[in-house]
Ligand binder design. Structure first.
Ligand code: KG4
Ligand code: ZN
Length: 329
């Protein structure tokens, strides 16, 4: 089954063709980083306008790269939330127009759930469920008990900033360009992660919830009293990253113990971070990470998950499928 996936939830316009949920025939991501960099973060209005300009060329090129004709597509899967409303509507309407004109079925896919599917796409062996899913992105920080594809229980989430958002904001304080995650990771390699003993946030009575705003404020107050030399910047970057990831590591390990899971499945842009991967590789858990090109927002994960949703019987209607700014598990 050939599935066309469409993704436009935030600042990436992406399309992909995936065969039978696993085999990526083509995957294109048009990033808007250059557009938003001067503002230090995503400007929703600019994001929507860029999606409008680029969505049709991106879809066209994706189909050409897979050596296919539009009419050979069997299903259209679109990320219909969560995300920025204007951005979501562009992808959704493109998907609806294709579905109507080609007379092909349409499926709406939860973007966060797709991040959890991304790492599973390249696995040769079946995943042994239950597993703990860990989504670490610019918009989301979730711990999920995964019983199978499509059967989840949310067990923890951030009560304030998403982890990627905290990376981006701390990077801004350190006068680093947007997006801040890769910048902080690069500087951390030269920094001393124990130099500033930042504390990860604790959420009373909710051991699996995350909080990053206190950590962010601690960095802000530390910087206030310092003049930022390259060495100090590296040490702050490394210390912040270490505190943020310690929180992820500890809560994920606790969750794995409580729910008796041996496998952790990761998704989202922050899981590109090699220090994070190393910290988990030192544990005895089986960790599954997204392959190159599948951590950050992409449409292959949307097409891949769309296939499973279709096989499980989901059908969506062009006249009723809505863009949703927030969707819970
Ligand atoms: O998954 P994603 O593309 O978008 C959302 O769905 O939000 O994630 C983008 C986020 C940004 O906050 C970015 O700074 C962060 O992922 N990120 C990283 C790294 N690469 C991207 N954070 C830490 N280390 C990285 N190497
Ligand atoms: Zn995402």
């Amino acid at each position: 089954m050939l599935v066309l996936g469409i993704e436009s939830t935030c600042d990436e316009t992406a399309a992909a063709i995936v065969k039978d949920g696993h085999e990526i025939l083509s995957s294109l991501i048009s990033s808007q980083i250059d557009l938003h960099r001067e503002y230090g973060g995503v400007v929703p209005e600019l994001a929507c306008r860029r999606h409008v300009d680029i969505i049709v060329p991106v879809i066209k090129e994706t189909i050409e790269k897979a050596n296919l004709h539009l009419k050979e597509i069997d299903l259209i899967a679109v990320a219909n939330g969560p995300g920025l409303i204007g951005a979501l509507l562009i992808g959704l309407h493109a998907a609806k127009a294709l579905s109507l004109s080609l007379n092909k079925p349409l499926i709406g896919v939860n973007h966060v759930e797709a991040h959890l599917y991304a790492a599973q796409m390249s696995q040769k062996e079946p995943i042994s469920f239950p597993a703990i899913g860990c989504v670490l992105s610019g918009g989301h920080t979730n711990l999920v008990l995964m019983n199978s594809i499509g059967n989840y229980q949310l067990i923890g989430q951030t009560v304030d900033d998403a982890i990627g958002e905290a990376f981006d904001k701390v990077a801004k304080m350190l006068k680093l360009p947007y997006p801040g995650g890769p910048e902080i990771e690069a500087l951390s390699h030269q920094g001393d992660c124990k130099k500033y003993p930042f504390k990860p946030g604790i959420v009373k009575n909710h051991p699996f919830n995350f909080s990053f705003s206190g950590l962010k404020t601690a960095v802000l107050y530390t910087i206030k009293d310092l003049s930022l030399s390259p060495k100090i910047t590296q040490d702050i970057a490394a210390s912040f990253q270490y505190a943020a990831f310690s929180s992820v590591l500890n809560k994920t390990l606790e969750a794995a113990k409580k729910y008796n899971c041996q496998t952790i499945i990761f998704g989202g842009g922050v899981t590109n971070n090699q220090t994070l991967r190393r910290m988990f590789q030192e544990t005895n858990l089986h960790t599954i990470w997204p392959a190159v090109g599948l951590s950050l927002d992409n449409a292959a994960m949307i097409a891949g998950l769309g296939y499973h949703k279709y096989q499980a019987g989901q059908r969506d209607d062009v006249s009723t499928l809505q863009a949703l700014t927030s969707i819970s598990f």
